[in-house]
Design a protein around this ligand. Structure first.
Ligand SMILES: [Zn+2]
Length: 664
C-alpha cells in the first residue's frame, strides 16, 4: 500500500467534514428540503483480491486511487429522510443494504423504502465474497485471500452504515435542482451476427444511452454548491484485468475531478442501465481513465454555467419499494450439470456448486429475488433503483413509457443478483444472458417475462401523471368515442402520428380505400407507441402509415432518439400485427422549422437506413422532401397554412399524390 497517498486522502476527508459541519445559514430554505452530505474512505488497509475480472489471481498491494463511500440524506419538512449511499465497489449484496437500512431504522427511524445503496461497479475494488460469489471459485481461493475478502466486506458494510448515519446527522437547509447533460464514451459492447451474440466488441451502432443526469445540492440561498450526484449508463471498466491496483475507474476519476474543480463539494456517482456498454477507449492507461472522468466533469461544468439547464426540485418525497421474484427459464438437468462439472474453469465450478446443493438435498432456485424502488421528489423528478447489472433496454423503455424529462434510473442498486437481460438481449443470447450467470451462481438464464415484470412494477409505483403520454388522454378518449359511434373498418389502412395526419382529409383524398385517421395533434413517436394498443391494434389494419418525428426534434430530442423511438414503433407493428405493412412518411420540411432541417434529415437518414437493413417488403420509407421544396432548395410557403407549419390543401394534394402508390 502507498502510505503517503493514504494519509493525504484522509486530509481531504477531514477538510470536507469540517466544511460540512459549519452551522446552517440563517436564512431558511424556501424549498422545504434539508440535505446532509457525508463521506468515508473505504480504501483497504491490507492486501486483498480485486473483483470484476476473473483472471486476477494475486492480491492487490498498491493504491492508485483511494476509494470512497458517500451519502446524501434528503429530508422534506418533518418527514423521514431518504438516504442515498454511493460506493466505489463492484456491487453490494442485499445483506449489505439491509445492514445499512437496519442502522438507519434504529438510529434515525428511516423507513426501508427511503434507503438506497448504489455501487459504481469499478472493477478495481476489493472482492466481496457475497457479490459474484463464483468469480473466483471459493474452493480454489487461498484461505488467507478469502479471509481478507471477508474482513474487507465486514469493514465496508460497517462504513456504509456509518456514512449513511453521518449524512442524517448533518442535515442543513438546501436547494435541489437537476439537469440532463451528455457524455459519449459509453459504447455498446455486444457484437451480433445475424441477430445473435457473436462476442464482446465495440459496436457504435448498438444501443446506448448517453444521457448524463445530474443533481446538485446547494445551500439554503442557492449560492454555494455542496454536492453533485451524477449518473451514467456505462460499465466502470476503462481499466482492464491486467491492472491490479486499487482504483475507482472513471467513476472515481469523475468524483476526483469534480471535487478538485469545486473545492468543498462532495461528488457522487451512480450507474444507470449500462450493463451492455463499455467505456471507449478501454485501456490500462491512467490518462484514458482520467479523460473519461474529465468528460463528465467538463459536461457538468458546462451545465453549471447556464441557469437555464436546471429544473428546481420542490415538494415532498414519496418513496416506494417492492420485492418480487424474477423467473428463470427451465433449469438444466442434473445430467447436464454433471457433464459441465467434468469440464474446466468457471462453468465447471458453477456446475459442481449446483450438484453439491442437490447432493445436500437442497433444490435449485427457479427464481431470483428482486426489488424495484422509486423516490418521487414532488412532481419534479422520479428516481428509480434497480438491482444488478441491468442492460440499457430497461432504461430506454422506462424513458419511452414514462416522462423522460423527469426520470432518473439507477442500476447496480441495493443488491447484485446477476445481469438483468431484456427480452431482446435474451433472444440474442451471449454473455449478459448466460456467460455471466456462472459467476453470479445462478442456475439458469432468465425467462423473457422478466422485462415486463420489472417495468410494470416500476410503473405501478409512479402516479399516472408520470406516464409519457398522459397529456393526450382526452384526445385519445375522443377518438375512441368517435370509433364507438361510427366503427371504422377493420383490416384497413390506419394513419397515425401528429397533426399533419390529424388535419389530413384522408377520406377525400383516398375515397376508394378503407383509410382510418388516428392522428393526434402535437404528438411524438413515443405517444404513438404508448397508445398503440388503443389506436392501432384493435383495428387489425393491413397497413399502418406513420407520420411523426418533427415535434420530437422540436422538443429537443436528438435524431438518434427519434430513430430509436421509430424502431420501438416498428417492433410493435411486427409483434402485434405480423401481417401488416408499416409505411413511414419521412419528416417533411416546412418554413416554420426550416432551421431544424439538418436534424430532420439526420433522423430521416437513420430511419431510412434501418428500414433498408430490415430487408422486408412489410416496411417502407417514403421520402417527401424532394416533392415539397422549391427548385432553389427552400421550403414553399404556398403549400402551408399561415402558421407556416401545417399543410394547406395544395400541400395535401402533393402528399396524396406521393403517398397513393404506397397504399395497399
Ligand atoms: Zn459488469
Amino acid at each position: 500500500m502507498h502510505c503517503r497517498r493514504f494519509v493525504a486522502s484522509w486530509l481531504v476527508v477531514l477538510a470536507a467534514v469540517l466544511t460540512h459541519c459549519r452551522s446552517a445559514t440563517a436564512a431558511d430554505s424556501d424549498s422545504g428540503y434539508q440535505v446532509g452530505v457525508a463521506r468515508v474512505e473505504i480504501t483497504p488497509s491490507f492486501p486483498v483480491r480485486l473483483s470484476g475480472y476473473g483472471n486476477r489471481a494475486t492480491e492487490a498491494t498498491e493504491v492508485e486511487q483511494p476509494l470512497f463511500a458517500k451519502a446524501l440524506a434528503i429530508r422534506h419538512g418533518d418527514a423521514a429522510p431518504t438516504v442515498l449511499v454511493t460506493v466505489d465497489t463492484l456491487g453490494v449484496s442485499a445483506a449489505m443494504t439491509e445492514a445499512v437500512a437496519a442502522r438507519l431504522k434504529q438510529e434515525h427511524n428511516v423507513p426501508r423504502a427511503n434507503v438506497a445503496v448504489c455501487a459504481s461497479h469499478t472493477h478495481s475494488a476489493p472482492a466481496l465474497p457475497s457479490v459474484a460469489a463464483l468469480i473466483f471459485s471459493p474452493k480454489l481461493t487461498p484461505a488467507d485471500h478469502l479471509a481478507h475478502m471477508r474482513q474487507y466486506e465486514a469493514e465496508l458494510t460497517k462504513k456504509l452504515g456509518d456514512v449513511a448515519v453521518a449524512a442524517c446527522e448533518k442535515l442543513q437547509p438546501a436547494q435541489l435542482a437537476y439537469a440532463y447533460g451528455t457524455a459519449k464514451f459509453a459504447i455498446n459492447r455486444r457484437a451480433l451476427k445475424e441477430g445473435k451474440w457473436s462476442g464482446f466488441g465495440v459496436v457504435p451502432e448498438g444501443v446506448v444511452d448517453h444521457t448524463l443526469p445530474v443533481l446538485v445540492v446547494r445551500d439554503a440561498d442557492g449560492k454555494k454548491l455542496r454536492a453533485v450526484l451524477v449518473n451514467y449508463a456505462c460499465h466502470c471498466t476503462t481499466l482492464g484485468g491486467s491492472f491490479n491496483k486499487i482504483h475507482g475507474d472513471w467513476a472515481g476519476c469523475a468524483q476526483e475531478q469534480l471535487e478538485r474543480e469545486h473545492p468543498g463539494v462532495t461528488a457522487l456517482v451512480s450507474i444507470g442501465c449500462g450493463a451492455d456498454a463499455n467505456p471507449e477507449p478501454r485501456k490500462d492507461d491512467l490518462t484514458i481513465v482520467r479523460g473519461h472522468g474529465d468528460q463528465i466533469a467538463r459536461e457538468i461544468g458546462r451545465l453549471l454555467k447556464s441557469d437555464k439547464s436546471w429544473t428546481p426540485i420542490a415538494g415532498p418525497i414519496t418513496a416506494a419499494r417492492e420485492e418480487f421474484a424474477l423467473p428463470l427459464a427451465e433449469l438444466p438437468t442434473k445430467a447436464e450439470f454433471e457433464r459441465r462439472a467434468a469440464t474446466k474453469g468457471p462453468i465447471a465450478y458453477h456446475a459442481q456448486t449446483q450438484l453439491e446443493r442437490l447432493a445436500a438435498g437442497k433444490s435449485l432456485p427457479t427464481t431470483v429475488p428482486y426489488s424495484a424502488q422509486t423516490w418521487q421528489f414532488g412532481n419534479a423528478l422520479a428516481m428509480v433503483f434497480l438491482p444488478g447489472e441491468v442492460v440499457v433496454d430497461y432504461q430506454l423503455r422506462l424513458k419511452r413509457e414514462l416522462d423522460a424529462k423527469r426520470l432518473w434510473v439507477n442500476a447496480y442498486a441495493n443488491a447484485s443478483p446477476c445481469y438483468i437481460a431484456s427480452k431482446r438481449v435474451l433472444a440474442e443470447g451471449g454473455y449478459e444472458v448466460d456467460g455471466s450467470m456462472y459467476y453470479y451462481d445462478q442456475p439458469q438464464h432468465f425467462a423473457p417475462e422478466v422485462e415486463d415484470t420489472i417495468i410494470e412494477r416500476v410503473r405501478g409505483q409512479l402516479p399516472k401523471s408520470y406516464a409519457a403520454s398522459v397529456r393526450w388522454e382526452a384526445e385519445i378518449a375522443k377518438i375512441e368515442a368517435r370509433d364507438r359511434e361510427t366503427p371504422p373498418p377493420t383490416g384497413g389502412i390506419v394513419f397515425t402520428g401528429s397533426s399533419t395526419v390529424r388535419m389530413w382529409k384522408l377520406e377525400e383524398g383516398f375515397s376508394d380505400l378503407p383509410v382510418v385517421n388516428h392522428g393526434f395533434g402535437g404528438s411524438q413517436i413515443v405517444d404513438a407507441v404508448y397508445y398503440f394498443d388503443r389506436l392501432i391494434t384493435p383495428l387489425r389494419p393491413r397497413q399502418v402509415v406513420l407520420y411523426s418525428g418533427s415535434n420530437d426534434l422540436n422538443s429537443g430530442k436528438t435524431p438518434e432518439q427519434v430513430h430509436r423511438d421509430f424502431l420501438a414503433f416498428a417492433k410493435l407493428v411486427r409483434e402485434k400485427l405480423p401481417e401488416a405493412k408499416l409505411t413511414y412518411l419521412a419528416i417533411a420540411p416546412n418554413p416554420k422549422r426550416w432551421s431544424q432541417i439538418e436534424k430532420q434529415r439526420a433522423a430521416n437518414g437513420l430511419i431510412k437506413q434501418s428500414i433498408a437493413e430490415m430487408k422486408s417488403d412489410k416496411v417502407e420509407f417514403v421520402s417527401l422532401e424532394e416533392h415539397l421544396l422549391l427548385k432553389t432548395g427552400e421550403p414553399q410557403p404556398a403549400l402551408h397554412l399561415k402558421d407556416m407549419l401545417h399543410f394547406n390543401d395544395a400541400g395535401y394534394e402533393i402528399l396524396n399524390r406521393v403517398v397513393r402508390p404506397h397504399l395497399e
